[in-house]
Design a protein around this ligand. Sequence first.
Ligand code: NAP
Ligand code: G4F
Length: 333
Amino acid sequence: MKTALITGITGQDGSYLAELLLKKKYKVVGIVRKTSHENYANIGHIQDDLNLYQGDLLDPVSLREIIQKVKPDEVYNLASQSHPSESFKQPIYTTEITGLGAHRVLDVTLDVNPKAKFYQASSSEMFGWVKEIPQNEDTPFNPANPYAVAKLYAHAITKIYRKSYNFFASYGILFNHESPRRHLGFVTQKVTYAAACAKLGIRTSRHLNEEGEPLFKNGKVSLGNLDAKRDWGFAGDFVEAMWLMLQQDKPDDFVIATGETHSIKELCKEAFGYVGKNWEDFVVIDKRFIRPTETGPLVGNPAKAKKILKWTPKTKFKDLVKIMVDANIARLK
Ligand code: NAP
Ligand code: G4F
């Protein structure tokens, strides 16, 4: 039985990856933060099958103790401050976790367990003010926010460890991937949740947006830049690619994407259209959600992953939107 260690197991990807690895008969170990309130909404249904340890990417002592005890065959470093918008408000904190935190996990793993295979969760955000369209593994990076800079630091140091110490460290440059487990502060959740409210005739929601206000208020959702473009896939499909990367004979880097891009406006049209509504009746622009700088247009070319990993995204944009609207309708009911 192989042992996999997942940082960020309570997050969207961590929970889908844990499910996948349990199905593959792994012993699954997760690092969870010590919080004042239990935060297991995404993993409650599999909690009995997991081995959870308290630790923090800010604290190398806890990381060392866990990795020494568990001796994982595979380490998936998914933990991060993962909101690019928040990284403008908390740039140093973001760098501490998303950049240096990744370095801590990498360094402790190499030191304690050098035979482990390591996965780093890199991001399409690193392409930033994009140098070409679509983006692939050879596209130059040009980060446009503090989160992207932190991810690029983690990415670069992972590559240096691979080359310098003959360490099996791979990374996926993942484009946006979403699901009903996505935090409500991301745009796909905001829009599909609002569409669900519109469908159910809810005027003001009890769930909150990234500013801590009702996400749907007086029959409207507040959004930022509607012209931004993203390549959106389904998280359940994307975690499979992470696992495949660590099953290869040699470490490598892969773009994981659908190859399709859509604007936020198109997302609104699709989500509200699905519930028979006109999106323009429910969306208002609020300057607070417009970022100081915008990334993109992001669209990935996953040809290398298709060829080498034999990975293809299964869920289409329209189906993803339907899955998320339906899940939000169920949540609100
Ligand atoms: P997510 O839902 O925000 O999950 C982040 C996880 O990191 C949570 O489990 C969180 O724990 C944990 N975490 C945060 N700070 C920590 C700390 N100091 N110590 C230990 N754990 C900490 O993110 P996701 O969408 O699953 O993404 C997974 C990874 O892929 C992230 O690194 C993200 O930056 C990257 N990524 C995501 C996408 C995407 O579209 N989803 C695309 C490219 C790359 P709590 O539950 O305690 O907060
Ligand atoms: O949903 P978002 O907040 O995700 P973003 O910034 O693309 O980041 C996600 O994907 C990255 C991969 O590219 C990951 F690395 C990262 O961890 C995270 O998972 O914003 C998507 C787009 C942006 O262009 C933003 O400006 O939506 C635009 N947007 C428009 N109105 C909004 C809003 N975003 C948010 N969060 N809230 C709005 O009201």
